[in-house]
Design a protein around this ligand. Structure first.
Ligand SMILES: [Zn+2]
Ligand SMILES: [Zn+2]
Length: 263
């Protein structure tokens, strides 16, 4: 509890990102386990060739999900310091208005400083908790392909599980007897994949629109805010306010702690 208060927004967001990244991959493994352990022996009974065919497609999709997820996660999104190695700091004034004081370096057009990664990212799109990395110039393609293959994967599992899920829903006695305790895992996998399919499908549509318009998420939001006169979102400020309030009411806080007015 005490340690929580010493964390800044960046630490919190990174921890949350790691939780999402590991959690997402664990759920993928659980659904894969459900396919092989609970469903495969039932739906491909007496249809061996069809089973091999469908499973090959599923494994190809699974490989692409993991590959693009890990590439998006572990590829450096792009840093101005690497891209402009020859940059001469003495000419900083030439780039007035595009200089990052936090990095003490030139900030090219479309680059933004990420408060979680604590560095500038080339053509920054957003900081994604699911890959626990910034999405920028060098890993945008991997992120886009990751969500594309996630749609394929969740669609595949939804279609494969649908007949069994429907029989469970109808309380078909033969199916219930055949799957036994695996019922819960099948229902969980079906509902999860169906929900992720809808959510990621919408996200994929949005990112396809951005690709066509050659916009990043940041640029799209800035444009929308400008058009509709909206204020920027205050996620970081909200986090600081909640943290200060918790600190204020917590019995673990020492008496010298700052008051609420620090907000
Ligand atoms: Zn910066
Ligand atoms: Zn970042």
């Amino acid at each position: 509890m005490v340690k929580f208060f010493t964390l800044d927004y960046s630490d919190f967001a990174k921890g949350f990102g790691l939780f999402c990244f590991i959690g997402g991959n664990v759920l993928t493994v659980i659904v894969t386990f459900c396919y092989f352990d609970s469903i495969y022996p039932i739906i491909y009974k007496n249809k061996e060739i069809y089973g091999y065919f469908m499973t090959s497609i599923g494994l190809f999709i699974l490989f692409n999900i993991f590959y693009n997820n890990f590439k998006a996660s572990f590829t450096d999104p792009g840093n101005p310091k690497d891209a402009y190695k020859s940059y001469d700091k003495s000419t900083a004034s030439v780039y007035s208005g595009t200089f990052c004081k936090l990095c003490d370096y030139y900030k090219p057009p479309r680059a933004h400083h990420c408060s979680i990664c604590k560095k500038c990212v080339l053509k920054m799109d957003h900081h994604c908790p699911w890959v626990n990395n910034c999405i920028g110039q060098n890993n945008q393609r991997f992120f886009y392909l990751f969500i594309f293959w996630m749609i394929m994967g969740t669609f595949f599992i939804t279609i494969v599980l649908l007949p069994t899920f429907w029989n469970i829903f109808k309380r078909d006695e033969e199916t219930l007897r055949e799957i036994g305790e695996d019922r819960k895992l099948i229902v969980f996998s079906f509902v999860l994949c169906f929900c992720v399919f809808i959510a990621v499908g919408l996200l994929f549509g949005f990112h396809t629109f951005l690709e066509i318009k050659d916009l990043t998420t940041i640029e799209y939001k800035a444009k929308t805010r400008q058009e509709y006169g909206l204020k920027p979102s205050k996620l970081k400020e909200t986090y600081e306010i909640v943290k200060t309030l918790l600190k204020f009411i917590s019995p673990f806080t020492s008496t010298e702690s700052p008051s609420l007015h620090v907000i």
